[in-house]
Ligand binder design. Structure first.
Ligand code: TXA
Ligand code: MG
Length: 331
């Protein structure tokens, strides 16, 4: 099977609806990363997603619905703070975890009694979700542990031959996965940071916790314990104030004949001058949006990526740093 990248129109949506209703999987764009979706009510279809990606079977999936879908059919009571957060930030890059009613397949949450729900803002995602009119369980549309896809071509490179269709939605504007927020307690707790930041959540909900995964203890969000986002090349991460060390390492690798490039923001790139650079851009939004595509560009053109962390470490950069640390320093 050769995977097709299709523009989002009536005939493509019809085809996707057929594939989904027959228990298949379709890749679709969102404003964060591309997702690989299947009918959340269909256990075989959900299990198939884990197979296609090679995903560990204890890492639960997010259910995606269109704006206006009545989520009370899927989950128990939604706390007040969660209603306020939904009003402020949805549709958008925020996934909210609730107590599940247990009506979707138990394969979605891997046996947990909670369910993660996301209403993506991307127009293409909304068209797809509305057209199929089903809750769609979807992880990111990459091979498990590889860099998440922020363009249809990234999905194609990972999954060609394994799925029939990728819906073309252009480059993802957000670029890192949604914030995952536990809304089962008295106040919200961030399980995975993203572009809806802790500050944004505190402003609306009053308070916000942040879950820190400890090795050896059962993870509240099982995805936390896995290695993630890794390009297929060597990677090493330097702190912003270690630029000199990063440059020395770059020169040393060059002298040894290693194909190497430096990944950094535009300001650092300007300071460096002559070197092979993967430029992440200037603003926080640009850095997040370009991170995964630059990691993928790096793995195709170099044996080693030397990453320099951004200077700013709060707000949206918390999510970026979390991905950078998981992607780098492992080889
Ligand atoms: O932006 C996104 O969230 C993208 C797009 C496609 O929507 N999706 C995504 O899915 O990143 P995935 O499968 O790569 O990551 C889902 C994360 C994992 O860390 C998983 O552990 C967590 O959400 N998760 C899912 N269901 C959960 C639950 N019931 N309780 C706690 N964590 C959950
Ligand atoms: Mg993923």
């Amino acid at each position: 099977m050769q995977t097709k990248i299709l523009e989002i129109n009536e005939s493509a949506l019809q085809l996707c609806k057929r594939i989904i209703s027959e228990g298949g999987a379709v890749a679709f764009p969102t404003e964060t990363v591309y997702g690989l979706g299947a009918n959340a009510f269909d256990t075989a279809a959900v299990e198939n997603i884990f197979k296609i990606k090679g995903r560990p079977n204890d890492n639960p999936l997010i259910v995606h619905v269109y704006a206006g879908y009545d989520i009370s059919a899927l989950v128990e009571a939604v706390p007040d703070y969660a209603k306020r957060l939904a009003a402020a930030y949805l549709p958008g890059p925020l996934t909210m975890v609730y107590k599940s009613k247990g009506v979707v397949s138990s394969a979605v949450s891997c046996g947990l009694n909670t369910l993660a729900i996301r209403i993506p803002a991307h127009k293409g995602a909304q068209s797809f979700l509305k057209y199929v009119n089903l809750p769609i369980a979807a992880p990111s549309a990459n091979i498990s542990k590889h860099v998440s896809p922020t363009a249809a071509e990234h999905v194609f490179n990972d999954l060609n031959g394994r799925i029939e269709v990728v819906l073309q939605g252009g480059k993802c504007e957000g670029g890192i996965e949604s914030t995952v927020l536990d809304c089962t307690g008295d106040f919200p707790v961030i399980l995975r940071s993203g572009l809806v930041t802790r500050e944004m959540i505190e402003k609306v909900a009053g308070s916000c916790g942040e879950y820190v995964y400890k090795e050896g203890v059962a993870a509240r969000s099982p995805g936390m314990k896995y290695k993630h986002y890794s390009p297929n090349c060597g990677t090493v991460l330097f702190a912003f104030d270690q630029l000199d060390k990063a440059l020395a390492e770059y020169r040393r690798q060059c002298e040894n004949g290693v194909s190497v490039c430096i990944m950094c923001d535009s300001d650092v790139a300007e300071r460096i001058g002559e070197a092979r650079i993967l430029d992440l851009g200037k603003t926080e939004a640009e850095i997040a949006a370009n991170l995964y595509s630059k990691l993928r560009e790096g793995e195709q053109t170099a044996d080693l990526i030397i990453a320099v962390a951004p200077e700013k470490q709060d707000g949206a950069m918390v999510g970026v740093m979390n991905r950078l640390k998981k992607a780098c320093g492992s080889k």
